[in-house]
Design a protein around this ligand. Structure first.
Ligand code: GLN
Length: 489
């Protein structure tokens, strides 16, 4: 499978045109997606128009950009002008945004070819894509298993080599957990590093956009393209974005790595624990100083998250009332019943569950006991991470307690589904950066993810640790059998 750097130079040297690359990936995606269902829709017109623009620039001798000729898939909760953006919900069926997200605009300004919109759990609520109103995505390593979620389509598209990179969003783990399940790199940047203008909001104090790729270097390049201040998003940080490529060095001399001891407890699959401990040993061999650190309040993350995220979701999803967007019930004879009937028909059961939980947590009389208390616990969890980052450069641990589970395994038990994000959620509460990179396979041949975390705006440290580890190992070079042919082209 070609890397971003190789593709860019092939296109720049006219070895192949961006239009040829776009056609090749659109054809592959169409063919493989009959099995994988990573995409809700392909966007050939957009991809080919972008490719023609890249080829025209190259013909004029101009620089076509950091991502020139790179086919990229985008989670279907990012708005693109005129292209249906559904969030995998019936309530947004046929909604065509009149505006473009900053992340997709920046991708295309740098020469990327956006080939389609990927599947997700409805409104990014879930860990398996089974909550999509349009059917689940299948894990390319084992089609009877979930790809993780909520950005399962974006992870599967990259794992199956249907796209070179993709964008997802991570509120509680939705980039890192599916990256782990699908054996690819997934990076959740610091809260505020990537503009969320045009990202359909789930939980606004937690949501962040980030890349999926097959290598750490490619993740650095996509992050480079999308990061940076945006006046259209008031939560976007006014900081200078460093050149992340400079962080990509192959050793870890002098780097302090802490493993979070509370992550290695009951509920962690032994194959996952073994692979993660081996990964830590690889880091030690590369020169890292390893130490144990404690984040004592990490276990409170899940309950805190499910109060804060649902509260924010209940407010953010109030706008889908049948008036302004998508679906509208045509039977009701008055406004209020129309609201109710539209929401009843338009939202799936997990979204309804979250709206009810959040509305309850915010209601008069319960606000102090739930929402306010959760905010206080959030501050304490954040403090645990800040204390840890005062001692070490990066933290490491498993991304998820298990590898990919089978369809149907957890749908009827929300709590066990929620537990698959136990190691990813605290990081969103703290607002810091985290990534999952491949670190092995379990006895069934399913990928295992290694989570590397860094303090706010220290993506450089995170990328360095991830890159050095990756260069010393071979895990990222494997691809699922159904995509094997792509590795040679
Ligand atoms: N799986 C978690 C949830 O269901 C996280 C989702 C996300 O990060 N968007 O809320």
């Amino acid at each position: 499978m070609t890397s971003i750097g190789q593709l860019r130079s092939q296109v720049a040297s006219k070895e192949r045109s961006a239009v040829e690359v776009a056609r090749q990936y659109l054809e592959r995606a169409e063919r493989l997606d009959t099995e994988v269902h990573a995409f809700l829709r392909l966007t050939p017109e957009r991809a080919l128009a972008a490719a023609e623009a890249v080829d025209a620039k190259i013909a004029r001798g101009e620089d076509a950009g950091l991502l020139a000729g790179v086919p990229i898939a985008v989670k279907d909760n990012l708005c693109m002008v005129g292209i249906p953006t559904t969030c995998a919900s019936k309530i947004l069926e046929n909604y065509r945004p009149p505006y473009e997200s900053t992340a997709t605009r920046r991708l295309e300004e740098r020469g990327a070819l956006i080939i389609g919109k990927t599947n997700l759990d409805e409104f990014a609520m879930g860990s398996s894509t089974e909550n999509s109103a349009f059917g689940p995505t299948r894990n390319p390593w084992d089609l009877s298993r979930v790809p993780g979620g909520s950005s399962g389509g974006s992870a599967a598209a990259v794992a199956a080599c249907e796209a070179v990179a993709s964008l997802g969003s991570d509120t509680g783990g939705s980039i890192r957990q599916p990256a782990s399940f699908c054996g690819v790199v997934g990076l959740k940047p610091t809260y505020g590093l990537v503009s969320r203008y045009g990202l359909v909001a789930f939980a606004s104090s937690l949501d962040q956009i980030g890349p999926f790729t097959r290598s750490v270097e490619d993740a650095a390049l996509v992050l480079q393209a999308i990061a940076g201040h945006d006046p259209l998003d008031s939560t976007s940080l006014a900081v200078n974005v460093p050149d992340y490529r400079q962080a990509l060095v192959s050793d870890l001399k002098g780097v302090k790595v802490g493993f979070i001891k509370e992550f290695f407890a009951e509920g962690l699959d032994p194959d996952v624990a073994d692979a993660v401990f081996e990964a830590i040993e690889v880091m030690r061999d590369l020169g890292a100083q390893i130490q144990e650190v404690s984040c004592p309040r990490f276990a409170r993350g899940l309950s805190t998250y499910y109060i804060i995220a649902t509260s924010e979701a209940s407010a953010n999803l109030a706008r889908y009332d049948g008036v302004k967007y998508g679906l509208r019930d045509r039977e009701a004879d008055a406004l209020v019943p129309m609201y109710g009937r539209t929401r009843e028909a338009g939202f799936g059961s997990e979204v309804k569950r979250r709206i009810m939980l959040g509305t309850y947590a915010l209601s008069a009389g319960y606000y102090d006991a739930y929402y306010l208390k959760a905010q206080k616990v959030r501050t304490l969890i954040k403090q645990d991470y800040l204390d840890a980052f005062a001692k070490v450069d990066v933290l490491v641990g498993p991304t998820a307690p298990t590898t990919a589970f089978a369809f149907g395994d957890k749908v009827s038990d929300p709590l066990s589904m929620y537990l698959s994000d136990i190691y990813t959620i605290p990081l969103n509460l703290a607002g810091v950066a985290g990534a999952s990179i491949p670190c092995g396979f379990d006895a069934r041949g399913l990928p295992i993810g290694f989570q590397i975390m860094a303090n706010a705006l220290e993506e450089g440290k995170l990328l360095r640790a991830a890159y050095a580890y990756e260069q010393a190992t071979e895990w990222h070079k494997r691809a699922p059998a159904l995509a094997a042919e792509a590795l040679t082209r």
